[in-house]
Ligand binder design. Structure first.
Ligand SMILES: [Zn+2]
Length: 189
């Protein structure tokens, strides 16, 4: 079943394009060097989310890709184990990428994250001067692109980030559902 473009008030849609992709049927082929695409990188973000899952953290993962297509930072949610309320996947990946290039400005870079960014991460992503953000599943409770507001469309930012959502959303959501189902089962034992 293909995803449906979500209609939002005009003020919320600026700079945001939903990727319409039949992600249940998507076949991911081995990707030769130089031919990596959004699907490839989102799968790497999903790999990060699985690491969070295995660590008992809410499974959200992210990677930062430079203009040459190299992954220069990756991370996953570690708020419980650190413990650190800012240790969301996006922040972890931004820190790794900035350390890697020795610059807090990630000009021309794209961040892939499995879940719609929250308020804190949206701010961090704008400060990082990313060129583009691609996320997977919507986060109806706290998402700051399509769910609760669109922080990226506000006119008072100097820097404009292109934001797209819905890529491999089914996979990202399935991982989250499985995590919370297992946690509920464990707590009721
Ligand atoms: Zn966040």
């Amino acid at each position: 079943m293909a995803q449906v473009v979500i209609m939002a008030p005009a003020s919320m849609t600026s700079g945001y394009r939903r990727i319409v992709v039949d992600d249940e049927l998507a076949v991911i082929q081995p990707v030769p060097a130089g031919a990596r695409n959004d699907h490839y990188y989102m799968h790497r973000a999903l790999d990060q989310a699985r690491l969070a899952f295995e660590a008992g953290e809410v499974p959200v993962g992210a990677v930062v890709v430079d203009p040459q297509g190299e992954i220069i930072g990756s991370g996953y949610n570690t708020v419980l184990s650190t413990p650190d309320p800012t240790a969301h996947a996006e922040v972890q990946a931004l820190r790794a990428a900035a350390a890697h290039i020795g610059n807090y400005r990630l000009d021309g870079c794209t961040l892939y994250v499995t879940l719609e960014p929250c308020m804190m991460c949206s701010g961090a992503l704008i400060h990082a001067r990313l060129m583009r953000i691609v996320y997977g599943a919507a986060e109806p409770k706290t998402g700051m692109v399509e769910s609760k507001a669109n922080l990226f469309a506000q006119p008072w930012h100097n820097h404009h980030v292109q934001v797209e959502g819905g890529l491999l959303a089914v996979q990202a959501k399935r991982l989250l559902k499985q995590f919370f189902a297992e946690r509920r089962a464990a707590s009721s034992e």
